[in-house]
Design a protein around this ligand. Structure first.
Ligand code: F6P
Length: 365
């Protein structure tokens, strides 16, 4: 019997379970393969005792509908930076990658499928360079992985953000308010841009187009008449910043968490607009992890299923060191390096931005 180990790493996103199910179903068509899952990314392999799950037809039945991941995930630590507590309470990080690869060999694992975003695929590349038979599947609501047109989970996040805009529209109209919706995306404005168009926002602020505060105020003011009647919706990406400004972020004190935590841009925008004399009532909503939770929409279930089937077929073909990717209309495989070298950001001159501007959405530029 041959064994493929599946791990889900980084922040969760809708569609992870659909990928796992597709791998298991496709593997079941080959008589000599079994699938196991490492609990909480590679932590399950590194823990004593080892924490793995048998992923068979029964374990994955119906899970394509569910959000989250049945094998758990983490965006802390990992095989190259495993946190160890010193006697004095401080923490050090040790490289346990060789130990992990030896353990996988001992467990009879022939191939690994790592489902994750840029951080996870960097780890995949490093493990591949050490000789591990590893394949990647691109995941993130941020849609910021180059080499793939879309990551699964992104469209569900856009759908959730669009529903939020729809709801904010009615309350903004009732109160003659400006309502500001802060969405995720890290340094990419994909969720904000798509939700702004789908929801019909008046202003969209993204990291790729630093905004001029006066231009934003002018656009919002144009939505009000001389009696102060009017309303507007602003969708702002968590990584957005004013011209000459800096990223609003803080270092987390969680052990092993290396990412900067973004957030607070909606509150800052409201305060800054007040400070320059913009008079309408304003409120902010931070959508947060609602964008990562819940059932994937049909689009993401399908894309995730395509990635799962492809990933297992890449195992059969021995395409290690590569990641499944979507290049419309095909599902292809690309070297990890192509996926992780540069993030995929919104090009300010792209057609989607032109579309948004064409329907009057202001970017504050
Ligand atoms: O990368 C996905 C993402 O949801 C980002 O959009 C966001 O900035 C970050 O993860 C939040 O991470 P955490 O769940 O660790 O707070």
């Amino acid at each position: 019997m041959k064994r493929v180990l599946v791990a889900t790493g980084g922040g969760d996103c809708p569609g992870l379970n659909a990928v796992i199910r597709a791998i298991v179903k496709r593997a079941a068509q080959e008589k000599d393969w079994e699938v196991i899952g490492s609990v909480q990314s590679f932590d399950g392999i590194l823990r004593e005792p080892t924490e793995i799950m048998i992923l068979d037809d029964k374990a994955v039945a119906g899970i394509h509908v569910d959000g989250g991941t049945i094998i758990g995930t983490t965006n802390k630590g990992g095989p190259f930076a495993w946190p160890i507590k010193n006697n004095d309470g401080s923490w050090d990080y040790v490289d346990r990658s060789d130990e992990m690869i030896r353990k996988l060999q001992y467990m009879g694992v022939d191939a690994v499928i790592s489902i994750g975003g840029d951080g996870s695929q960097r780890i995949s590349q490093a493990l591949f360079e050490k000789g591990l038979n590893i394949i990647g599947v691109p995941k993130t609501i941020d849609n910021d992985l180059s080499a793939t047109d879309f990551t699964f989970g992104f469209q569900t996040a856009v759908h959730t953000a669009t529903e939020a805009v729809d709801k904010l529209v009615t309350t903004a109209a009732s109160h003659n308010r400006v309502l500001v919706l802060e969405v995720m995306g890290r340094n990419a404005g994909w969720i904000a841009l798509n939700a702004a168009i789908a929801g019909g926002a008046e202003v969209c602020l993204i990291p790729e187009i630093p905004y001029d505060l006066e231009a934003v105020a002018k656009k919002l003011q144009s939505r009000y008449n001389s009696k102060g009647k009017g309303n507007a919706i602003v969708v702002i990406a968590e990584g957005a910043m004013p011209k000459g400004g800096t990223l609003l972020s803080e270092k987390s004190d969680e052990i092993g968490y290396e990412n900067l935590r973004l957030g607070g841009v909606a509150r800052k925008l409201v305060n800054d607009l007040k400070a320059i004399g913009f008079e309408a009532d304003m409120r902010e909503t931070v959508l947060g992890h609602l964008q990562r939770g819940g059932s994937p929409i049909a689009y993401d279930r399908i894309l995730a299923t395509q990635f799962g089937v492809k990933a297992f077929e890449m195992v059969l073909e021995g395409k290690f060191g590569e990641m499944a990717a979507y290049r419309h209309p095909d599902i292809i495989s690309v070297p990890f390096k192509d996926a992780i070298d540069n993030p995929k950001l919104v090009d300010p001159t792209c057609d989607l931005v032109k579309t948004a501007k064409g329907v009057g959405i202001g970017f504050g530029d």
